[in-house]
Ligand binder design. Structure first.
Ligand code: TYD
Length: 428
């Protein structure tokens, strides 16, 4: 590792925030009845203090620029901040640098509270020793001071600043530290070259070379989602996937029964309403057979490549549905599945719990039900109780989630649980 301390800019360096910033800027200008520049010019707003850009690009006075910033925040703080994604590879870079003991900090022109909220949302705060942004009423923050604050006012050894705008590089010069201008952010190549950085990085991979760290063997992480039919699992799986992708994880989304070519064929056999004569034991063995294929084709290879795997249902479904629902015995079904999963258990299983009545209501209002979903209420009650029993047996792996209330509230509960589990597993 060539540097003991690495200072990162946020927007355009760690995260791609272009949509949130452009939409919120446009919102502010429209509210002020000010002519809105084209998107190309609006991209220039990313990086320097917003008030400076309002004056420079829109010809506003000082007071108007402050009013523009206030309006911008009206939208940004409610919606815009989440229209954001971590650049691919950045999480892996931070992970590798932290493991090598580097001092990591953020020096950003975005207000401190907004910056912390974004980094926390993506589960990134743990990587950094210090996050420095201006207070909300500091409309023309100086980047050099921010770098200084992000270093805690101390000399941290050989230090480098990484940023995507000339202001980042100029501040690094003023500070007497090396700098990298990244070209995947919002500064043009001309702007960045003219600011005379120590290095230019076309992409995140270049940053690994410049900083002298190798691309890490990121550990895989396996998340399954479980719950009764009608618990809202599919919606929540989709939201979890979007959030983790935006958080910079290399991710594989899959489902059971199915998930790979052969397993999907078995799925068809299992859910087909014409197969009403299927024996319960046949059903249990087919679920296990589909799983044996899925684990070997998809889950294990992805995990050994350091990916996050998110599976909509896994082995607990068999234990609950065939073991308890079909009354084959939870132990029996667990044993049938042992050779199928070959020790491959999720790191965390999110068990979406919803009152039996509410889930029943949801199932009843579904337009099309499959062979399992059409089972009677007692069947689903047994399944629900079995899931609860499994959660008690495996408290370290299975996290019950209250799946009642609004979609966003449930999603937030899931995010917090995943954060907590990943943190404890040393994934940050
Ligand atoms: P699917 O439509 O994928 O599930 P969901 O309703 O959760 O979106 O259908 C899967 C059905 O198969 C569901 O009713 C649960 C059932 N199932 C089992 O009975 N055993 C199992 O091992 C698995 C994985 C699913």
């Amino acid at each position: 590792m060539k540097y003991q301390a690495v200072v990162f800019d946020l927007d355009g360096t760690l995260t791609d925030s272009v949509h949130g910033v452009i939409r919120s800027t446009r919102y502010a200008l429209e509210k002020m009845n000010w002519p809105v520049p084209d998107d190309k010019m609006l991209r220039g707003f990313l990086g320097p203090p917003l008030a400076t850009s309002f004056m420079e690009y829109c010809g506003m006075s000082n007071a108007q620029a402050i009013e523009g910033t206030r309006l911008y925040r009206e939208r940004y703080n409610t919606i815009g901040w989440r229209e954001n994604a971590v650049f691919p590879g950045i999480r892996q870079l931070l992970w590798a640098l932290k493991r090598q003991g580097a001092y990591l900090s953020v020096a950003t022109g975005k207000p401190q509270n907004a910056s912390e909220r974004i980094l926390e949302y993506f589960g990134m705060t743990d990587y950094f020793n210090q996050i420095a942004g201006p207070t909300p009423d500091d409309f023309f923050a100086n980047k050099r001071d921010l770098i200084d604050r992000s270093l805690g006012g101390q000399n941290r050894g050989k230090t480098i600043m990484i940023g995507d705008r000339a202001s980042d590089i100029i501040a690094a010069h003023e500070h007497g530290i090396d700098s990298v201008a990244v070209l995947f952010g919002y500064g043009s190549r001309d702007e960045m070259t003219q600011s005379r950085p120590t290095y230019l990085a076309e992409n995140v991979i270049d940053l690994f070379d410049i900083l002298g760290v190798s691309y890490p063997e990121f550990p895989g992480y396996f998340i399954s989602l479980e719950g009764n039919d009608g618990c809202g699992k599919s919606t929540q799986t989709a939201l979890l996937v979007d959030w983790m992708k935006a958080g910079g994880y290399d991710l594989v989304r899959t489902r059971e029964p199915g998930g790979s070519e052969v397993a999907e064929k078995i799925r068809h056999l299992l859910l087909d309403r014409e197969n009403m004569g299927m024996q319960d034991m046949t059903e249990a063995l087919l679920y296990a057979a589909a799983r044996a294929q899925h684990v070997r084709d998809v889950i294990m290879p992805a995990l050994s490549n350091g990916k996050v795997v998110i599976s909509d249902r896994y082995v607990d479904s068999s234990i609950a549905y065939q073991g308890a629902g079909r009354q084959l015995g939870m132990d029996v079904v667990e044993q049938i599945n042992a050779p199928a999963i070959n020790g491959c258990l999720p790191n965390v299983t999110l068990l979406l719990r919803m009152g039996a009545q509410e889930a029943l209501h949801r199932r009843e209002s579904a337009s099309q039900v499959d062979r399992i979903e059409m089972m009677d209420n007692d069947f689903h009650k047994r399944v629900e109780q079995a899931f609860d029993q499994l959660a008690k047996q495996h408290p370290a792996r299975i996290a019950p989630i209250d799946a009642s209330g609004g979609i966003e509230d449930i999603a937030q509960r899931i995010r917090l649980t995943v954060h907590d589990k990943m943190r404890k597993a040393g994934m940050y």
